[in-house]
Design a protein around this ligand. Sequence first.
Ligand code: ATP
Length: 319
Amino acid sequence: IKKIGILTSGGDAPGMNAAIRGVVRTALTEGLEVFGVYDGYLGLCEDKITKLERSSVSDIITRGGTFLGSARFPEFKDKAVRQKAIENLKKHQIDALVVIGGDGSYMGAMRLTEEGFPCIGLPGTIDNDIRGTDYTIGYFTALSTAVEAIDRLRDTCSSHHRISVIEIMGRDCGDLTLNAAVAGGCEFMIIPEMSYTKEDLIEEIKLGFAKGKKHAIVTVTEHMCDVNQLAADIEAAVHHETRATVLGHVQRGGSPVPYDRILGSRMGAYAVELLKLGHAGRCVGVQNGKLVHHDIIDAINNMKRPFDVDLYNTAKRLF
Ligand code: ATP
């Protein structure tokens, strides 16, 4: 291969820029040309494709987001739309494409590969919900942001003897909530992997106050419940002022923490190595500290994401 393309797709994540830089600089070192595709699969279809130089990725390692831009583009599920994308790639004589994104983006990469255009997927999402990797690029930055927010809410909860209900991102994955709860010393949590009832939660909170607690923090993964309603129900039952805070997109921004920069750099370099070795239709992961690659289809369809039950049980004992 001589020319590779790169795009970022789906929700942005801190560290995507480090991954782009990793791909671009490694490819140039290896004598390959690199083309940046702006705004994900949408830009691919609209031919927003530009040659990248070494200096195109200067000064981006510290920045959150993705300088290539990202997009939600559901039309990419349509084969005719993907054909247009492949035509554009061929027009620029691009031989392979690196896709950085979440599982939706992986589906697009898998389809392109099936239809004859080789792709490699890199896990870029704050949710840590991608199969075939222990960690995703962006997760540790989001975790740090969530913990900082919890710390701030703790200060004011403590002063006012208040209860705080905090909604944390993660889609259907509780990793961000569980780890933020443990790091933030939160008493109670609601995550998709463990069943709960509102009644039990309220009983636990009452018990906490009976034991002498002055405040309480409940962390909840998004989509699990309406946090404003939950706060109202807790306040009515426990008779302590209760406020809900949705951390929202704040968790997606900010300068990436060192681990995400390192992970992005390593995975970007690895993607180029894999392409040079002739691999396609693979997704990159880090497992037990080592870089690995799996078949994208197998990863999406058959692999399970392990849930850290031990950490959950530890968290419960700390409450
Ligand atoms: P995150 O989970 O962090 O938001 P994601 O990559 O899962 O990231 P999605 O919006 O699900 O985000 O997917 C990104 C894009 O990938 C979609 O907008 C669409 O262009 C493409 N895509 C998603 N699913 C498919 C599919 N089944 N076939 C082809 N392309 C797809």
